[in-house]
Design a protein around this ligand. Structure first.
Ligand SMILES: C[S@@+](CC[C@H](N)C(=O)[O-])C[C@H]1O[C@@H](n2cnc3c(N)ncnc32)[C@H](O)[C@@H]1O
Length: 338
């Protein structure tokens, strides 16, 4: 279907685009029910698959038929098999985005029905539809907080790709990961720097899992978990501050408040390491442009170009030193407190 889209008349092409909501929900069903996971060992009949995943076999068969031309499944002798694309919705593969599929559909989907409100007013669709700011709504539910953490950990790994493989953190004994969620990134950084200590700081419900993550990585003796709100509480003192996909959640005025919280606690010369996307200039297709829309609708945040990152950092008292990119979506943006 997708690769034939350009051969269709414009009105049909547009209908394909309009049906994006059906694609999203069908993929969510495959992820949520564990259909992709159940196919990892080879082809199965739809009836067998429906029984394993506790689904209605007619409905599941039609969802699979709909997703097959999109490259998620392939018909095979004895039933259906999963493709390399479809495997990313399974539990297990290193490039799995199953957690992201569940998180997006359970938390992002309904706020997007408020995009018209966002376009008219500039206010977030999330606040209009959910009745409160997005992170407050997620933070009130341990289920959604866990979904968010696992989506961030999985999606973050895919988006970072090889970025941190050869990357050396700036010098400094204690690393604080602000908005560090369940500690997955801090655990990775501490594992590569056995002489350093770390702190993971995030909202109480979100950081609750960090002790477990750090222990599983064997770095818990060098790590502290701090629950707090970076708009209310001082961030902990540290030598190097890491913030991974946090500032893109906020507009410039709010992102500046977070950076000024760090600047208020840290001394001149303290290094800041942002792991963020850098929006390319121009019309070329880029995933960052989709993420930017997510930020607009959900949080009032934004993706930023190199020039915009430099401006935000300067405004908050930091100087941008360098940007390091890998093969994935995320880059490292290093800065120093003036
Ligand atoms: C997009 S997630 C990034 C998580 C993690 N750094 C990563 O790279 O996977 C943004 C994080 O900011 C946290 N956060 C949002 N508001 C916060 C606040 N007021 N104080 C502390 N953390 C907050 C969220 O709970 C969430 O873990």
């Amino acid at each position: 279907m997708a690769n034939e889209v350009q051969d269709l008349p414009a009105a049909l092409q547009m209908q394909q685009l309009l049906a994006g909501f059906e694609v999203s929900q069908a993929l969510y069903v495959v992820a949520e029910l564990g259909v992709a996971t159940a196919l990892l060992d080879g082809p199965r009949s739809v009836e067998d698959l429906a029984e394993t995943t506790n689904a209605d076999s007619d409905a599941l068969g039609r969802i699979i038929r709909f997703l097959t031309p999109l490259g998620v499944f392939r018909s095979a002798e004895g039933g259906v098999e999963i493709t390399d694309l479809g495997r990313t919705l399974a539990d297990g593969p290193a490039d799995s985005v199953r957690g992201l599929a569940r998180y997006w559909m359970e938390t992002h989907y309904s706020p997007f029905s408020g995009l018209l409100h966002t376009a008219r007013t500039g206010e977030t669709g999330a606040t209009k539809v959910l009745g409160k700011p997005f992170f407050d709504w997620v933070g009130e539910s341990s289920h959604l907080s866990e979904l968010q953490n696992s989506a961030m950990a999985g999606g973050g790994r895919v988006a970072r790709a090889d970025l941190l493989d050869a990357y050396q953190l700036p010098e400094g004994q204690t690393i604080a990961d602000i908005g560090g969620a369940d500690g997955a990134l801090l655990a990775e950084l501490l594992a590569k720097a056995p002489e350093r200590k770390g702190i993971v700081f995030d909202l109480p419900n979100v950081v609750a899992k960090a002790t477990e993550t750090l222990a599983a990585a064997g770095v818990d003796k060098r790590a502290t978990v701090v629950a707090g709100d970076f708009f209310v509480d001082n961030v902990p003192a540290a030598d190097v501050y890491v913030m991974s996909v946090v500032l893109h959640d906020w507009d410039n005025a709010t992102a500046t408040r977070v950076l000024k919280n760090i600047a208020g606690v840290a001394t001149a010369g303290t290094r800041l390491v942002l792991v963020e996307m850098v929006l390319p200039e121009g019309d070329r297709p880029h995933f960052t442009k989709m993420v930017d829309l997510t930020m607009l609708a959900l949080l009032g945040g934004r993706e930023r170009s190199e020039t915009e990152w430099r401006g935000l950092l300067t405004e908050s008292g930091f100087a941008l030193d360098r940007i390091v990119s890998g093969s994935g979506l995320l880059s490292v943006i290093e800065a120093t407190l003036n």
